[in-house]
Design a protein around this ligand. Structure first.
Ligand code: ADP
Ligand code: MG
Length: 694
């Protein structure tokens, strides 16, 4: 295949613009063809100066009548031009001698720019220009997204060449295209040609909102590529072998049954259903790839423990990974409490471990003596060698970056047999996202909270009423309850974060004499954090002031009030997760969202929307839906840092019909026209398809 870079001989180093093209990911002809304009300029018409309007961007064809360089107020080239109907002054603050020559009196030029009327008549500042004459273009001129060192004119030529050379034969059967909708069908090639060079009479609004049939075609293509690649991944996995993790036959109950019998509570109906779904997967010789979603407090941990028990009972190892040390530690404590009495040995792995302890743990894992391994992402590091890993569980999977998720995949597939994978999240995935980015996953949902939970009343309170909040804390303490106070996240400055938390801690300690007020923040060492958490968990500590380190998974049922300071600075899912720390016991629980408008008279629009959503609903699915609306899928999926656009053309909010179409077509195409399907994925995703599976 011809590539943009290979048009020069390999011996010659790449020029600046060529490098810039590669940096933009414009490698193949098809990449260039799919690099669509940001907007268009109309160069198809010449406007007469006498008919122009102030502020209009126009193209004029004129004769230069005078040209001079003045030095005051600053050095500039002033060129007077005339088109027979009126005159205009072109003004340049920087110019080359060659440009000055091209603008000498007597030259005829075509200039384009914004026309400004004024006391001195028409003016244009730094217009683009060329020699007059020549044919006017028939189509609008594309303006492409570009980067430093890549001039628009160079990019236009490169795209034009790419478009001319790219192989653009349709990969989608016509009868399937007809199912897209009532609009007339456009081929891929004609859609692209049109979007790069639309006819001047096009309704620009249909290009801007991407409702034009050419846009519809491209969005449908893109969504189909995504569905196909996910389906390929799913089928590839179905061809892999995984260990069968079924209860052992023979006398006596299996480990999972014994664990269930030993629990201090009965499973909810939802937990039983989900457990059966997972057990079904684990009983098959094909790797499980399942997402367990359930609102904060729905009881995912015990479901994970039961899955681990099935795995361990089959004589294999299970690893559980959590995004933060505190959370991993809580899991560890809980799982050890449940499983060690049943004879299961558990290893603990984290980045902050002492080398000696770490070596001991690694040995336990390598020998297989530890049947269960719990930890942070330290679990997927190269040095960790499992004896026979058969099940990997990732808690709060969305909190792991894309790179870590890819590393996990690599690690898992390095095992002799493919392990089963269970991911858990408290941020439910809205339907359209589940259908697109997570089409490669089976999803189980815990849609029922354990009994006896009380609804959490959420109040949005202005910072000026802080004293009333402290009164309320006093009341809760008297009733024997505990309180979380979460301090703001200041992204740019960990130091500021800390000083704020320290101040709040001092203030509350003074306001609440005789009460143990603790402070938890990221600067503490792991043992210090552990000591603070232990005091809070045991009930000794009345109030825990904390930065967001407690965000996920911390479980203290006696805590009934959560105060979140500067709530306006938190994201919606984050607020919901934080709020989920209370309402876990029988006592009525509340969450106070303290906000401050700073120097502004009122809160910003999105902050207001977030706090409103929090006050209006406690339903994690509704929160997730609104969060997606506010943030868009890139950030929602945690892919923002990677800089890679997930879907470039389609928008899940508006294109759900196209998504449904693509979802239905993908399996048909893969079965009936496999080579076309391959071509389609290669064309659209190229090297990116791995990324989409992360
Ligand atoms: P999450 O889904 O947020 O991870 P956890 O697994 O931490 O929730 O569970 C929250 C709390 O509910 C824990 O204290 C857990 O022991 C308890 N729990 C879980 N399942 C049940 C149940 N069926 N009945 C009563 N309590 C339960
Ligand atoms: Mg949890």
């Amino acid at each position: 295949m011809t590539t943009a870079a290979s048009t020069t001989s390999p011996a010659r180093p790449l020029t600046g613009p060529q490098k810039a093209l590669l940096k933009l990911g414009l490698r193949r002809d098809i990449d260039l063809a799919l690099h669509l304009p940001l907007r268009y300029e109309d160069e198809t018409r010449i406007t007469r100066l006498s008919e122009a309007r102030d502020g209009e961007v126009v193209q004029i064809e004129v004769m230069v009548t005078a040209s001079e360089v003045t030095l005051r107020p600053r050095r500039q080239l002033l060129v007077t031009v005339d088109d027979g109907s009126d005159t205009c002054t072109l003004r340049f603050f920087s110019f080359y001698p060659s440009q000055q020559q091209a603008l000498a009196p007597g030259k005829r030029i075509r200039a384009r720019g914004e026309l400004r009327g004024g006391f001195l008549g028409w003016q244009m500042l730094h217009p683009s220009f060329q020699a007059a004459g020549g044919e006017l273009p028939q189509a609008l001129t594309p303006v492409y997204p570009t980067s430093a060192g890549l001039p628009q004119a160079y990019l236009r030529r490169a795209v034009q060449n790419g478009l001319a050379r790219a192989e653009l034969a349709d990969t989608i059967p016509t009868e399937d295209l007809k199912k897209i909708g009532p609009q007339p069908l456009w081929g891929l090639k004609s859609s692209l040609s049109f979007l790069h060079h639309p006819a001047p009479d096009v309704a620009l609004a249909t290009l801007e909102d991407r409702s034009h049939p050419a846009w519809q075609r491209l969005k449908a293509e893109e969504l189909l590529a995504q569905q196909l690649s996910q389906l390929q991944a799913r089928r590839a996995r179905a061809g892999l072998l995984a260990p069968v993790l079924a209860p052992q036959p023979g006398p006596g109950a299996g480990l999972a049954d014994r664990l269930q019998a030993a629990l201090p509570f009965a499973l909810t109906g939802a937990q039983r259903r989900v457990q059966a779904e997972i057990a079904g997967d684990l009983g098959r010789p094909v790797p499980m790839h399942r997402l367990l979603q359930g609102d904060v407090g729905a009881g995912k941990t015990v479901v994970a423990a039961l899955a681990a028990a099935l795995c361990i009972d089959a004589g294999r190892q299970c690893a559980l990974m959590a995004p933060t040390e505190i959370l991993a530690e809580q899991h560890f404590a809980k799982l050890v409490g449940w499983l060690e009495p049943l004879g299961v040995k558990t290893a603990w792995l984290t980045g902050s471990q002492k080398p000696k302890e770490r070596r001991a743990m690694l040995a336990l894992i390598a020998s297989g003596e530890a049947a269960l391994v719990v930890g942070t992402h330290a679990v997927i590091q190269d040095k960790v060698l499992f004896h026979q890993l058969a099940l990997a569980i990732i808690d709060e999977q969305h909190r792991f970056g894309v790179a870590q998720r890819l590393a996990l995949r690599a690690k898992l597939s390095a095992e002799a047999q493919e392990p089963h994978l269970l991911m858990m999240t408290a941020t439910p995935i809205p339907r359209t996202l589940a259908m697109s980015y997570y089409a490669d996953l089976d999803v189980s949902t815990l849609d029922e909270l354990p009994p006896g939970r009380t609804a959490i009343v959420t109040k949005v309170v202005n910072e000026s009423r802080r004293d009333e909040v402290v009164e309320r804390i006093r009341g809760q303490l008297v009733a024997g309850r505990q309180i979380y106070w979460v301090c703001p996240l200041i992204e740019e400055s960990e130091a500021l974060d800390l000083s704020n938390a320290t101040q709040t801690h001092a203030h509350l300690s003074a306001a609440l004499p005789g009460v143990l007020v603790g402070l938890l923040h990221s600067r503490l060492t792991a043992p210090e954090k552990k000591a603070v958490m232990a005091q809070f968990t045991s009930g000794q500590m009345g109030v825990l002031v904390s930065t967001t380190v407690i965000e996920v998974g911390v479980d203290v049922p006696n805590a009934s009030l959560m105060v979140i300071e500067h709530a306006e600075r938190f994201g919606l899912s984050q607020l919901h997760q934080l709020r989920g720390r209370v309402g876990r016991g029988a006592a009525a629980s509340a969450c106070v969202l303290l906000y401050s408008t700073g120097d502004a008279p009122r809160l910003g629009e999105t902050a207001r929307e977030r706090l409103k959503a929090m006050a209006e609903t406690g339903d994690g699915f509704e929160i997730a839906r609104r969060d997606l609306e506010i943030r868009g899928p890139g950030e929602f999926l945690g892919a923002r840092q990677s800089g890679a656009a997930l879907l470039r053309f389609a928008d899940l909010a508006t294109d759900s019909a196209l998504l449904a179409w693509a979802r239905q077509l993908a399996p048909e195409l893969l079965d009936q026209h496999p080579t076309q399907a391959e071509r389609h994925v290669a064309r659209w995703l190229g090297a990116k398809s791995e990324y989409l599976k992360a």
